[in-house]
Every structure is written in C-alpha cells, then in structure tokens.
Design a protein around this ligand. Structure first.
Ligand code: PRX
Length: 675
C-alpha cells in the first residue's frame, strides 16, 4: 500500500463550478494500492511537494482563474495575449462570435486587427530574451546512438534560411505549402518557415498513402511540396519520395500541378544516388537551403490570417481541411501547454506524437516553443529496437542510469479514452506513483486542450479527463440538444468560443456549420459522448458518430468503405469500430462481393492491400467479414447498430430486426463470422 500525499484539502468552493460541474467531495486521505485497485473513481492526489511548486496549486486557485475566464473572457485572454509580441495590438472587441446557426452564419474571431507572427514569437522573442543558447530541439534518430540538437539561435537561423528559399521560389503570404516529412528536425523547421512568411502549411502525416496525399494536394493546391527521400522507422526504410512522385502525378490528373518538390536527403535511410529524381521539379534541400542568409524579415500578419490546414476524418465523405488562424491558436496552445504540463523552464519535454497530427502541431512545435521549452523530437518507433526505447530516451536526456525515469515530472495521455487499468500502469509503473497524469481531451478542431487536469490543482480519477481548461464551457446535452445538469451522460458540446477554435473547413464553410453547429443549435458539437460524475469529473466515452479511433488515429468509416468498394471484386462494404485490446478500437469490415466471386484468403489480403494503398497502413481492417447481404432498412439504410453487435459478438443484444428489409441476412452474417 502506498500513501499519496494530501496536498489539497478538497474545498466546498468547487461546488461553484459552472455548468453543473459539481464539487470535489470531502475525503481525508487517499490510499492507493492493490486492495483499492478494483474500486472505481478513487482519487489520486498530487504530492504536497508537487502542488507547492505548481503553477495552479489548489482547487480554489483554479476556480478563481476559471471563473474569471468565463465572466470576463475579453479581459482574461487579453492579459494572456499580452505576454506575446504584437507589432500592433488587436482592436475591439477582443473577440466576436456566433455559434448559433439560428442566428446566422457561424463565425469566430479573436484578437482581430492584432498584427503578429507566431514564428517570431516562438524563436526571435526567445533568442532576444536570453534563451539564444538554450536547446530548443533535441533530435533522437531512429537508430540508438548519437543525437543532434539545435539551440534557439540555431533553430532561428535554419528557419530563416528555408524561409528565404521559399520566398525566392515565389511562395507568398497566403500560399499553401504541403509538408510530407517524418519526425526529422526539418519538419518543425518547415512549419516555422512557412509561418514566418505567412504561408499556410498543410502537414500530411508521412504514414498516409500516395492517394491520400494527392487528395490533400488537390484540395489546397500548393506550389511546393516539402519531403525527404526516405525514412527508417524501425529496421526498414520507407521511400517517401516515391510516394510523393505518385501523388504529384495523381494530382496532375485533376489539373493541380506542383512546381517544386524540395527533398531533404535523409542519408541514414537512403543515399541520393538511389533516389528517383525529376529534373526541373525536384531540388535537394541540402543543395539550396544552406546557401541562403540566416536572417529573414518576418511577414507580419493579422491574428485572423490562416496559419495552417490539417486534414482530419469525419463521418462522411472526404477528409476535412481544418483551418486554424494565427493569433488565437498561438495564445491558446501556449497557455494550455504551460498549465496542463505545469511547465518549468528547466524541463525537458517530450511529446511522442508525430507532427502529422494536431498533437504534434500544438504540443511538439508551437506550444512548447512559444514557452521557450526544450523539446525532444524522435524519428523512430516507440518499440525499436525494443520496447524499452522510450525510457531509454527519457533517461538519456537527463543523463541518469538506464531506465530510471527519475527525471519524469508530469505524464500526458491524449487521443483516446485511457482506461483505469492502463492509467494505473502508467501512473504506478512509468511514473513510480509520483507523477500526475494529464489526460487531455481535445480534437484537431479545438486547437488545444479543452478538458484537462492541471496537475497540481486537484486530485485525479484514473480514466477521467477531469475539468475544463480556462475559458472552456463543456456542456452535456441529451438527444434533443437540451443541456443536462449534474451527474449525467450525453453528447459533449461546448458553449461559446475559445481562442484556439478552428474557424472553418477549408473551402467548405457550409460543411463546417452542418457538421459541428447544426446537430445541437447554439453549441459546438464534438462528436464525442461524455458522462459527468457526481463530483463534476468528465469521462469521455468515445465517438458517437461514424468515426473510429485506432491507436489514436482518427479514421472515418466512410473512407475505409470507399477504399474497399474501389476494389473490382467488392460490391458493397460497411465498416464499424470494434473494441481492440491494444489499439483501443479495431476496424471491422463487412464486405459483399460482386456476384459470382468466391471468398478466398487471397481476396481478403488484396482488399486489405487496397485500403493500405488508398489511405495508409494504419487504416488496414483488422477483420474482413464476408457478407452475402447487409442488414438494411426498407429505405435502404444500413443498420450499423446491428453490425456493431455482430462484430462484437453481442448476439443477444441485436435488438429488433423485424424492421429490416430482409431479416434473414442477420442469420447469414452470424454464420459467416468465422469464415
Ligand atoms: O474521440 C475523441 C478522442 O480523439 C478525438 C479527436 O481526434 P483528433 O482530432 O485526431 O485529435 C487527437 C488528439 C487530440 C476526439 O473526438 N480523444 C482525444 N483525446 C481524448 C479522446 N478520448 C478520450 N480521452 C481523451 N483524453
């Protein structure tokens, strides 16, 4: 049994948490250990030492700040925004918004009229304020061995050289640049270089296939694609440049041409001699970029100018280009980073996410660098050469004996619900029952953390994302869109805007309104289910739409279905998420074949290859279930509820199947489950 310090006597004032968030009960001590491990919802307190040093060290302090952020958002956020450099201060009002479709078009603006630059605030501001020689990035290569690093001054130089090159080849403010790079230092460098000149970066995760990359190129029409020739994740090299070549050819068929493919030679994976090359279009990074000056004038932009596009999966149709703007995103990522990780300037911070996803944008690149932090960027896979690699890296950058993990202070978790058992393992084993866990709930769309522990402020409950960040008003609504107070379960929505909110879906404002603001008028709808317990803690229960979350990768069932039906032998497909011990959710595909085509192992493999080619390896179905027919209503709608039950073998919970056009298909499907 282990006793965890009682740093923050729970207070009655938690009662005043808005939107029915409830109170923290009176508990005089918390004992963690095996005997209580099976009990749900036990509280885990930060140690007294941790809380004493924390930025927010008590529920009262949180409450006071939270209350102010809701009652006086303009004042609260202006104060935070003033910590950054603005060439010109924002105008009035500080923000304007309409989140209610019944009152006209949805719009969100923060700090409009303010003129700034996020790259300047990440780099120049830190260099000028005494952090020039502080390490900005430690880069750990795939192969264990010597690492690389860049100080803030060196990073600024590298960014300026690339920015100058991009300007020289004609990239201007507002132009899109597609970045298809693995976790090399050149990835954050490329993002920052775009931001410096006001170009809009669109990073595509380097695990996406040529077709997915082409789809994104066609949507945002970049003049330049930045990539590298190859990368090694684990033992085998992946030839990224070949994928880019195919994608650019594919885009040309839709009339979108790319003028320049700037290619970094990643020598540890592939030599330039072995790289396929298109003269006239392809340029080696190392041949041009280092020749440019190490200073580059900043392009000053409006707070509401676009910063980046990031495509994410929805429940229908093609991926959505989530658009974030400069000012609000800057303020929000910086401040959420600082508080959720209780950041101290001496910390070395490592986020294992890839910059191809929002977590890498907000919490590898922008949030930490805006705070002058030292970040670790790791090229490889977490289990290469073995599953101890993460702890090896943790210890390496603190120079202590192998796997001691003594340097760890705060742990984080994101992207999917963390179950209490995994939470306890993370807490007890990785963190030696010493480090609070910031289980942060948020989304590509929200820009930054929305519901998150502040690690020194209050006790945690294993598996709960706890309470809202400053300025965020989560509400839980029922299916009619009516807000439910107190202890409840329902659909998670957000009332009012926050600075980091996305402003639109690129080129499709109507889809923005329809997807996020029409389901529950008056609110932003997250697509997630959530319950709130009697103490006001939030428990995320997963997506309530047709989006599945595989190892934290967000995938629309519709995307996988359309990849499957593009196979010449596939007539119809329906995909559902199914619980998976390791990945959280697995992909389960029901497939109807073209008349006369027999089931075969070969065909199963070829269907999986098709999905890998069209989306990426991470979207490959875990199971193909042959389906002579699919359960449909008389109007032809697939009843996914029934498919989910069949996939998860909950056959006694199939419910009413009498409304199906052909109730017989259900029996057939059950019979074919193990074929
Ligand atoms: O379902 C929620 C889940 O991840 C979705 C957002 O995915 P994406 O936009 O790719 O961003 C991932 C990184 C923020 C959400 O709709 N999710 C995210 N964080 C959590 C979570 N589910 C439970 N607990 C979380 N902490």
């Amino acid at each position: 049994r282990q006793e965890i310090g009682m740093a923050n006597p729970p207070v009655e004032s938690m009662k005043e948490l808005p939107s029915g968030a409830g109170k923290i009960p009176h508990i005089n001590a918390v004992i963690l250990g095996d005997s209580l491990a099976s009990e749900e919802h036990d509280l885990v307190f930060p140690s007294a030492d941790f809380s004493r040093e924390a930025l927010v060290s008590s529920p009262e302090q949180y409450l006071q700040m939270y209350r102010r952020s809701i009652e006086d958002p303009a004042g609260f956020w202006s104060e935070i925004a003033s910590q950054f450099y603005w060439k010109q201060k924002w105008g009035q009002p500080v923000f304007s918004q309409n989140l209610d479709v019944r009152k006209g078009p949805i719009h969100i603006e923060w700090f409009k009229g303010g003129v700034t630059n996020i790259c300047y605030n990440c780099l120049d501001r830190n260099v000028e304020s005494g952090n020039a020689d502080k390490v900005a990035i430690y880069w750990e290569p795939n192969e264990p061995g010597p690492h690389d690093s860049l100080t803030y001054a060196q990073l600024l130089h590298r960014v300026c050289q690339l920015a100058n090159y991009l300007k020289d080849i004609g990239v201007k403010k507002g132009d899109a640049v597609v970045i298809y790079l693995p976790m090399l230092m050149e990835l954050p460098i490329a993002m920052l270089a775009c931001a410096r000149i006001g170009a809009v970066h669109s990073v595509v995760f380097a695990g996406f296939s040529a077709e997915s990359l082409a789809q994104r190129i066609v949507d945002c029409k970049p003049k330049v694609v930045i990539t590298c020739n190859a990368v090694k994740r684990g033992p085998k090299p992946i030839h990224l440049k070949d994928i880019v070549d195919t994608a650019i050819d594919e885009s040309a068929k839709s009339g979108v041409s790319v003028d320049v493919c700037l290619t970094y030679e990643n020598q540890s994976a592939l030599k330039r001699e072995s790289t396929k090359w298109r003269e006239g279009r392809d340029v080696w990074w190392q041949d041009v970029v280092p020749n440019y000056p190490t200073t580059c004038e900043v392009e000053w932009v409006d707070a509401e100018d676009p910063l980046f596009l990031l495509y994410t999966s929805g429940s229908t149709g093609k991926p959505k280009g989530v658009l974030h703007t400069v000012g609000g995103y800057m303020v929000y990522t910086a401040i959420t980073f600082k508080y959720a990780f209780d950041y101290k300037p001496s910390d070395i911070y490592w986020c294992t996410a890839d910059c191809g996803w929002i977590t890498g944008h907000s919490y590898v690149t922008y949030g930490p660098l805006l705070n002058g932090a030292t970040v670790v960027v790791y090229e490889g896979a977490p289990n290469y050469p073995d599953s101890g690699r993460c702890w090896d890296i943790v210890d390496k950058f603190k120079y202590v004996t192998r796997y001691s993990r003594k340097s760890l202070r705060v742990l984080g978790s994101v992207g999917e619900p963390i179950n209490p058992t995994a939470w306890r393992w993370f807490f007890n084993v990785v963190g030696d029952s010493r480090c609070p866990i910031s289980d942060t709930w948020w989304q590509t769309e929200t820009g930054g953390f929305m519901i998150t522990p502040l690690p020194g402020a209050w006790p945690q409950k294993p598996g709960s994302a706890t309470f809202p960040f400053f300025g965020v008003q989560p509400v839980i609504v029922d299916e009619k869109g009516v807000e439910i107070e107190g202890e409840c379960s329902g659909y998670l929505c957000v009332k009012d805007s926050w600075p980091g909110a996305f402003r639109t879906l690129y080129g499709d404002h109507e889809r923005y309104e329809t997807t996020y603001f029409k389901p529950f008028p008056g609110y932003y709808f997250s697509g997630d289910g959530c319950s709130r317990d009697k103490d006001g803690y939030h428990w995320l229960t997963g997506r309530v739409d047709d989006v599945i979350n595989v190892s934290g990768h967000r995938i629309g069932t519709a995307e996988v279905e359309s990849a499957l039906v593009s196979h010449p032998n596939c007539a119809e497909a329906a995909v559902v998420g199914v619980e998976h011990e390791v990945k959280g959710q697995g992909i389960y595909a029901f497939v109807t074949l073209v008349e006369g085509v027999p089931y075969s192992e070969e065909l199963r493999k070829s269907l999986i290859v098709t999905v890998r080619q069209q989306i990426g390896a991470f979207a490959a179905p875990d199971k193909i279930h042959w389906a002579p027919g699919l359960p449909k209503t008389r109007s032809g709608k697939i009843m996914r509820r029934i498919l989910r039950k069949i996939a998860s073998k909950q056959l006694d919970e199939l419910g009413d199947t009498s409304t199906l056009a052909d109730p017989g298909v259900v029996k057939q499907l059950i019979e074919l489950a193990d074929r």
